[in-house]
Design a protein. Structure first.
Length: 142
């Protein structure tokens, strides 16, 4: 994924669901804001080439349950902290700055948790259990 694992050129690696239409809108927005600078490395967890080994051991199912990102130093972050950090890196930190206040950050994480729980249904996709069965079936047919 990165050219030099010991000294990556990105600041954050975003693990996103490339089959989620709303996730793709956000990723496309962030790509435009990154403007080719390479500060954010976008990793589609739905890609057949996705490898947990290249992403701190975060498997597909775990990544589907909550948004995850990996900082250049290898630290894994998740939930609203992912958005807050990416927006800061891209110079738009003010958008999520209020979530740095502990109570508000907690509320934002709770709201995000509801979104994460229901996003497949809200985007008219199969349940995670069904998606996992289909992925396993496809893997076995290779």
């Amino acid at each position: 994924m990165s050219k030099n694992i010991d000294n990556p050129s990105y600041e954050i690696k975003l693990l996103y669901d490339g089959e989620c239409p709303l996730c793709l809108k956000e990723v496309n927005f962030l790509r435009k804001k990154d403007n080719g600078r390479g500060k954010v490395l976008f990793i589609d967890i739905a890609s057949p080439d996705y490898s947990p080994l290249d992403n701190q051991g975060i498997d597909y199912e775990t990544a589907m349950n909550r948004i995850h990102a990996i900082l250049a130093d290898g630290k894994v972050i998740k939930n609203v902290e992912v958005f807050r950090t990416i927006y800061e890196i891209l110079g738009m930190g003010w958008i999520y700055a209020i979530t740095k206040i502990p109570f508000i950050g907690w509320i934002a994480d709770q709201i995000y948790g509801l979104w994460a729980k229901w996003r497949l249904q809200l985007t008219q996709r199969p349940s995670l259990a069904q998606i996992m069965k289909e992925k396993e079936k496809a893997f076995c047919q290779r």
